[in-house]
Design a protein around this ligand. Structure first.
Ligand code: ARG
Length: 478
């Protein structure tokens, strides 16, 4: 028969050893261990333990000497983790048991009082919310940094004109600033989503125990406040069973990564010889091990490729949660790797994309040349007819025939005289060269949100103000 006095000297080193007669199967130990990844929660777990110990003392559940010993022990363990000397032990499963065991080595029996009124279920749920709070703020910071870079590059390229595309077919000319400000909008909404998530991270599970609370007089308000929560969670079963805040984080992360992927795809496309719109800096490209002439856009390709894992991470956790009965089930341990992976993937992707955009060489002449395709002005020709009172459908039909005529005869749309145009519709009162120009196409799109110079300048100013406000809000919260 084995004994277990909680000191680790009994037959089983597990904290639940009392009920057990045999050791865990070694394969099961390896199979169930999460320490390799949940060590990322260490600093949150230690912060939580500090707050919990202080509360136990205030509630008369821990004497002053034990509190002091625990505080000293937690600080020492924190140092070991920071400087990489903490002896992580996979047989101790997870970060919670690793920390507790190490505490026992450092401060003795006082360590055995730390888990009073606490379960790993409410502990890990609380650690996770603390992690998500930091990760969501880090994501916002990274998004803001990329927005700043895009706004800066957009300012340089107010007068750089390129074709805007639909269906990847040249559609209408736009300013490059206008194009990049579209991404500034997307990344702004992404940051807003991470901000809005904080409302779902605001109530602390700690004090919910395994699932039903505790018979001990815990002060849940105190620990919640000490950890920066607005208050304790309202239902102990929900608190230990739910991971929808994590789902939301993964969803926000996947959306942001998909936006990054679309920007990345354009860098890949635009840096082809076929487009020739941009060239990535050497620092953000790689070569081929075989073909000496190649300069490959691996960085944006990887950003694009990594969107796959962030989408997968969301689907993974949705699948883990679907069909889980209340409350805690060990399946929930599978929440961590997707969360950590999305947080790190997004962080790195934002950083490399900011660098790639900041150092990107823009071939403005190539862009303007592509935008100079007169066919991009066909809509404007139809709208000239509309201004003369022609119904749009009729105008569209007439200009469609003009375009077909030009393609057939290999003519430049702008070379058509007033008479040429009137052969297709009697309402034309000027030649195409008078009606159409690239500059007019840009300047006449003078509506809120459109690509006229004044509108784009105003949009740049507005984007800067919005970004500064968002950063101020984030700094105030952090
Ligand atoms: N490592 C576990 C997890 O991440 C901690 C909670 C364990 N709770 C339990 N009842 N086995 O979910």
């Amino acid at each position: 028969m084995t004994t277990n006095d909680g000191t680790g000297d009994g037959g089983s080193r597990k904290p639940w050893g009392g009920r057990f007669r045999e050791d865990t199967d070694p394969t099961v130990e390896r199979f169930s261990a999460s320490i390799d990844f949940d060590k990322a929660l260490a600093r949150y777990d230690l912060r939580l333990s500090g707050a919990h110990a202080a509360m136990l003392h205030a509630q008369g559940l821990l004497d002053g000497a034990d509190l002091e010993a625990l505080q000293r022990g937690l600080a020492e363990v924190g140092e070991e983790i920071e400087n990489g000397t903490f002896p992580f032990d996979p047989s101790l499963e997870d970060i919670h048991m690793n920390v507790e065991s190490r505490l026992r080595e450092r401060v003795g029996v006082a360590a055995g009082r730390l888990h009073t009124g606490r379960s790993r279920n409410d502990q890990v749920a609380t650690d996770l919310l603390l992690y998500l709070r930091d990760a969501a703020r880090a994501a916002r910071r990274g998004l803001h940094q990329l927005q700043e870079v895009l706004i800066g590059r957009a300012r340089e390229h107010v007068d750089t004109v390129l074709p805007g595309y639909t269906h990847l077919q040249r559609a209408q000319p736009v300013r490059l600033a206008h194009h990049w400000l579209a991404f500034v909008e997307m990344f702004g909404r992404d940051a807003d989503r991470f901000r809005d998530l904080e409302a779902r991270l605001s109530l602390a599970p700690l004090g919910s125990g395994a699932l039903a609370g505790s018979t001990l007089p815990l002060d849940r308000e105190a620990t919640a406040a000490a950890l920066g929560f607005a208050g304790p969670s309202r239902n102990s079963m929900d608190a230990v069973a739910s991971r929808d805040a994590a789902l939301e984080f993964l969803s926000d992360g996947a959306i942001a990564q998909v936006h990054l992927s679309r920007l990345a795809e354009e860098l890949v496309l635009w840096s082809t010889a076929e487009f020739g719109f941009v060239e990535l800096a050497d620092a953000y490209s790689t070569g081929s091990s075989l073909m000496p002439q190649k300069k490959n856009p691996d960085v944006p390709e990887l950003v694009r490729g990594k969107s796959g894992r962030t989408i997968g991470n969301l689907v993974t956790l949705l699948t883990v949660l679907k069909g889980l009965p209340l409350t805690y089930n060990r399946d929930l341990q599978e929440d961590k790797e997707p969360i950590f992976d999305t947080a790190l993937t997004l962080r790195d992707s934002l950083e490399v994309m900011a660098g790639a955009i900041a150092t990107l060489r823009v071939h403005s002449e190539r862009m303007r040349e592509a935008a100079g395709d007169p066919m991009l002005l066909a809509t404007d020709l139809a709208e000239a007819l509309v201004r003369a009172g022609v119904p749009f459908r009729e105008a569209h039909e007439a200009v469609g025939q003009i375009v077909a005529h030009c393609l057939e005869k290999d003519l430049d749309l702008r070379a058509l005289s007033r008479e040429d145009l009137r052969a297709f519709h009697a309402s034309f009162d000027a030649g195409a060269d008078e009606l159409l120009s690239l500059d007019r196409a840009l300047e006449e799109r003078d509506l809120p949100g459109a690509t006229a110079r004044g509108r784009v300048m105003a949009a740049l100013d507005a984007a800067e103000v919005t970004l500064a406000d968002a950063r101020r809000e984030l700094d105030a919260a952090s």
